[in-house]
Ligand binder design. Structure first.
Ligand SMILES: *[C@@H]1O[C@H](CO)[C@@H](O)[C@H](O)[C@H]1NC(C)=O
Ligand SMILES: *[C@@H]1O[C@H](CO)[C@@H](O)[C@H](O)[C@H]1NC(C)=O
Ligand SMILES: *[C@@H]1O[C@H](CO)[C@@H](O)[C@H](O)[C@H]1NC(C)=O
Ligand SMILES: *[C@@H]1O[C@H](CO)[C@@H](O)[C@H](O)[C@H]1NC(C)=O
Length: 370
């Protein structure tokens, strides 16, 4: 306005008489000069933009005092600051305070029978989907976080591999771990195999539907026989026919009188065609002393009163020894082990005279050590 006024003044003074053409020329010159150096420092260029700000829609030049509103790029949202910047008199924009942040997509849900690989859920992040072994993937294997904050792909579906029905071994049967319907089984389904005796199972007892869509190898049922059951020393077969036996058949054993059965009372024909281990008949013991007193079956008795002189395998009794220093007696235990009852070393068998005439002085009769 100021420049224009000055110009008109000059125009008036420089033209004494009215001549249209000259006037017009002067006016033109004057107007040109108003746009020249006087205004050069007083415009702003494009406003300063950060990488996250939208560069679209700006002019190259703005007048002093112009107001511009910045915005965030697609996929970003303003987080703080003001969107407004102003072109100042010095030809510079006020410092922008706007901050733009990438948009966030929702946290992806867990995938049933699969995995979701996630490092970030910001705009442009990629997540990966995989199905576990034994599951077929239907759908995308990756998904991208889009500018509108949604995922590009829905999560895939992991479908279990299916197997047909497992074969049933000849002379055997299968037991399903859980009930099912129809003609298909799915990955992880299991069965147990059994053979009908005298057939024995050779192979894996358990089977399952594998990730490759077939069943694990089926076992076989083999005919098994065991030889005539063996004899038992000092014992007998109590219930059996002396013939070959089939798988899982059993034979019972017993021991002769006074012998103690050590081990199982029955043996079984095993799948290897051999009998399980045989028991043993353990022999009774004779107590190898002729003079002395013993403690047996809760009573203190003279050895000649043990009739017959015999204890069974595993039974215990005590003989008496003497502590010479303290002149007292004490019991020492001994045990029958399969026909042998070792006499304790401290036991001294008395002579006939000592036994018959001085029996009150035997270790079993004097005061007991405490
Ligand atoms: C997704 O898979 C690609 C290619 O296999 C890999 O480069 C990227 O790191 C994976 N992303 C994640 C989040 O694991
Ligand atoms: C994802 O699927 C595409 C085709 O659908 C395939 O080319 C790419 O190898 C797959 N990536 C992975 C990591 O499985
Ligand atoms: C099973 O398979 C048999 C023969 O393949 C078929 O006849 C039958 O209808 C099937 N049953 C079911 C329940 O799918
Ligand atoms: C199951 O199928 C896979 C791949 O086809 C094969 O390698 C494997 O030997 C099969 N297993 C049985 C028990 O047939």
């Amino acid at each position: 306005m100021y420049v224009l006024t000055r110009c008109f003044m000059r125009k008036v003074s420089a033209v004494p008489h009215t001549e249209m053409l000259r006037n017009l020329l002067l006016l033109l010159l004057c107007q040109l000069s108003t746009y020249m150096p006087a205004d050069a420092g007083k415009v702003c260029g494009r406003p300063p933009l950060s990488d996250e700000m939208d560069p679209a829609g700006f002019q190259r030049v703005y007048e002093v005092g112009a107001e511009v509103f910045l915005s965030c790029k697609p996929g970003h949202t303003p987080s703080k600051g003001s969107r407004r910047v102003i072109c100042t008199a010095s030809g510079k924009w006020t410092n922008p305070t706007l901050k733009c942040e990438p948009k966030w997509c929702s946290v992806p849900e867990r995938l049933q029978h699969g995995d979701v690989e996630v490092t970030d859920i910001k705009f442009r992040s990629i997540i990966n989907y995989t199905c576990h072994d034994g599951y077929v993937q239907h759908g995308a294997n990756m998904s991208e976080c889009l500018a509108d904050g949604t995922w590009s792909e829905p999560p895939p579906f992991c479908e279990a591999v299916t197997c047909g029905l497992p074969e049933i071994p000849k002379h055997g049967k299968i037991i399903y771990s859980k009930p099912f319907q129809g003609n298909t089984t799915v990955f992880g389904d299991g069965v147990t195999y059994e053979c009908m005796p005298p057939f024995a199972l050779l192979g894996n007892v358990r089977g399952s539907c594998t990730a490759s869509g077939n069943w694990t190898e089926m076992p076989e049922c083999h005919l098994v026989t065991c030889p005539v059951p063996p004899r038992l020393d000092n014992g007998f077969i109590s219930f059996a026919i002396m013939k070959e036996h089939g798988y899982k058949e059993r034979v019972k054993y017993g021991c002769n009188i006074d012998y103690i059965l050590d081990g199982p009372t029955e043996i079984e024909c095993e799948k290897t065609g051999k009998w399980s281990s045989l028991p043993v008949c353990r022999a009774p013991c004779r107590i190898g002393i002729t003079r002395g007193r013993i403690f047996y079956d809760g009573r203190k008795i003279w050895i000649e009163d043990l009739k017959p002189n015999k204890i069974l395998h595993g039974e215990r009794l005590a003989v008496y020894c003497k502590n010479e220093e303290k002149n007292c007696g004490y019991p020492v235990p001994m045990q029958c082990v399969d026909g042998t009852a070792a006499i304790p070393e401290c036991f001294q068998e008395p002579s006939g005279i000592q036994y018959n005439l001085y029996s009150k002085k035997l270790p079993s009769e004097i005061k007991m050590c405490t």
